[in-house]
Ligand binder design. Structure first.
Ligand code: GTP
Ligand code: MG
Length: 567
């Protein structure tokens, strides 16, 4: 009985948590009948918000009232967010959101070059607030007290301190609540999303004069709902729009005047590499905040990597990875279908990181993306599935859903999940699903079977790759081709260990313990995040398991100093 009550409380908890999340992230945007934003609506909403925003470096948050007064001359300020980068000597920034993009543009256009510093002035949403010239008066106090929008600092863009997070998760009442708390406190928050869309807008605006149709579009974990605080920004620079973002608009007669273009002089790939080289130089030489630019042009998908010092953000810019953009849409849709999907995936990604199965740099180990595919597949193949198959989505597509990339890859699937009429009857709690996930992959025959999210079932493996996940959008490719035999074996061992640990944790939670005991010791989910002193299973290991403590998992990056000294 107690168990049943706890389960229904937990169900309520994750439902509430999800409603809260949606309402804060995109409060003012339009929603469909089910109250959810489609991916394109979400992207469009965030892009518009970025166009209405500027980021101003200040000496501290104390400058906010003066900044507000000064910047109010350009328009009406809807909201303000304060964040810092660098821990030792914090650099302070305020993101101001105006009510229209014209007002933000007026503020940017009022920007002047700083005669004291060298460097070519560049128009961008990144500004700094300098002291008024000597002898001149400070801005008059335009805002009557009380009308100044609160400076939103709770929403800071930083990863939460590990000790604080640990205490929060320890203090939960159940493993389900721990999963929810971990998700709530580590997912990319509203400010994190805003900052990433501003990074995209900066690139787009910088080149808009010469490339009026260029779009810098965020994808990956920054927008698919599976991103955690501090995640990198994947950005695709596109020159033709086939995302359908304008498809719903009434189109007037197409213009008869067409831009002349430069004839392509070489094949597509080397042309892209040349272009990227050129954009890489431009970012490196001119764009404020952009530093440590690296060109990785020989990769399957050539990218330019850089660090943004005003945002404390790593960016991967590509020009030819449109399937990644649509794959992000699929993941976004899966995350929206059921409120258990994202918290569950967060716990699994955190567990994989803690036992060294995943690593921020690419290699012979499973990537976060492949791991997410494993979670999605697990949720599809349940007796009572929680997710539909991608095949079902493709079947339900209507003409408006048609998307074909520039290189001819068909990414057509129903964008409105409701059209499928898919309703899950699965009532499992998060801890039950977590345990089932580990048990499922303990048994999975990676040796002979391939994972197909298109069909929601395992298929015969078409080659000898250690792990085979059919690429949902290019079904002849294997998403996890990089995974070595050793790493696949390690995954199998780790899921078995995790199943074992979690099973005993679930039993322990049923025993009565005092509040103090819970607070003092790692329990439940937290015990998945470190290796036990003695590994529970000792199969033929050809690797040494990495010992990772929970507190190792929440690192913060350091930045190089900025030359400017803002007001
Ligand atoms: P983190 O960066 O680790 O937080 O996760 P991520 O989901 O952003 O992964 P990553 O940066 O590696 O890739 C960005 C996006 O590209 C993913 O979310 C996918 O949408 C897409 N992607 C990555 N690898 C593949 C692949 O092999 N095939 C396809 N179709 N898409 C991919
Ligand atoms: Mg990424």
């Amino acid at each position: 009985m107690n168990c049943l009550m706890r389960r229904s409380q937990n169900l309520l908890l994750w439902r509430n948590s999800c409603v809260k999340h949606r309402s804060t992230d995109a409060a003012s945007a339009n929603r469909n009948a089910a109250g959810k934003l489609s991916y394109e609506e979400f992207i469009g909403h965030q892009q518009k918000q970025a166009q209405r925003s500027i980021i101003v470096q200040v000496s501290s948050e104390k400058s906010y009232p003066e900044l507000y007064n000064y910047c109010s001359r350009f328009g009406s300020i809807l909201g303000a967010h304060h964040y810092c980068v660098r821990q030792d000597e914090a650099l302070h920034y305020v993101l101001l959101e105006y009510s229209t993009s014209g007002e933000a543009a007026a503020a940017i256009d009022s920007g002047v070059s700083n005669g004291d510093l060298c460097g070519v002035p560049v128009r961008s949403p990144f500004l700094w607030f300098r002291a008024p010239p000597a002898g001149s008066k400070r801005s008059p106090n335009l805002a009557p007290s009380g009308t100044l929008p609160a400076l939103n600092a709770i929403d800071g863009g930083r990863v939460m301190e590990s000790s604080q997070l640990l205490a929060l998760v320890r203090g939960a009442q159940s493993i389900d609540e721990q999963v929810l708390l971990l998700h709530k406190h580590t997912r990319l928050n509203d400010l994190g999303i805003r900052l990433r869309f501003l990074a995209a807008l900066q690139v787009q605006q910088a080149i808009s004069g010469m490339f009026p149709t260029a779009q810098a579009q965020p994808f990956g974990s920054s927008v698919n709902g599976f991103g955690k605080m501090g995640c990198d920004l994947d950005l695709i620079l596109r020159f033709n729009d086939d995302t359908g973002s304008q498809k719903g608009l009434a189109v007037s007669e197409p213009s008869r005047l067409v831009f002349h273009t430069k004839e392509n002089l070489s094949n597509g790939r080397s042309q892209t590499q040349r272009h990227m080289e050129c954009f890489g130089d431009m970012l490196h030489l001119f764009l404020p905040g952009v530093c440590h630019v690296r060109r990785i042009l020989q990769a399957r998908v050539p990218i330019i990597k850089y660090h943004h010092e005003h945002l404390d953000l790593e960016v991967d810019l590509s020009m030819s990875n449109l399937t990644g953009f649509y794959m992000s849409e699929l993941l976004y849709m899966f995350g929206e279908v059921d409120p258990r999907v994202r918290p569950l995936t967060f716990s699994i990604r955190r567990w994989a990181q803690s036992c060294g199965l995943t690593n921020p740099s690419p290699g012979r180990w499973i990537s976060n993306f492949s791991l997410t595919c494993l979670v999605m597949f697990f949720l599809q193949q349940l007796r009572q599935p929680i997710l539909p198959t991608i095949g079902a989505l493709a079947k339900a597509a209507e003409p408006g859903d048609s998307r074909v990339t520039e290189d001819g890859i068909n990414c057509t699937f129903a964008r409105d999940m409701d059209r499928l009429g898919f309703r899950s009857r699965n009532q499992s709690s998060l801890s039950e699903l977590l345990l089932q996930f580990f048990e499922f992959y303990s048994q999975f025959d990676f040796h002979n079977r391939a994972i197909s999210l298109n069909e929601g079932r395992a298929l015969s493996k078409p080659d000898h790759s250690a792990m085979y996940i059919v690429n949902p959008l290019e079904q002849l490719l294997n998403v996890s081709k990089n995974v070595s035999m050793e790493e696949c074996e390690r995954l199998r061992i780790e899921v078995r260990n995790a199943a074992w640990v979690l099973e005993s944790e679930v039993e322990n939670v049923a025993l009565p313990v005092s509040e103090g005991e819970r607070q003092e010791h790692s329990w439940g989910l937290l015990n998945l995040f470190k290796h036990p002193e003695k590994p529970l299973i000792r199969p033929n290991m050809f690797f040494k398991p990495r010992m990772v403590e929970v507190s190792d998992l929440f690192e913060q990056k350091e930045l190089t100093p900025s030359p400017s000294t803002p007001q």
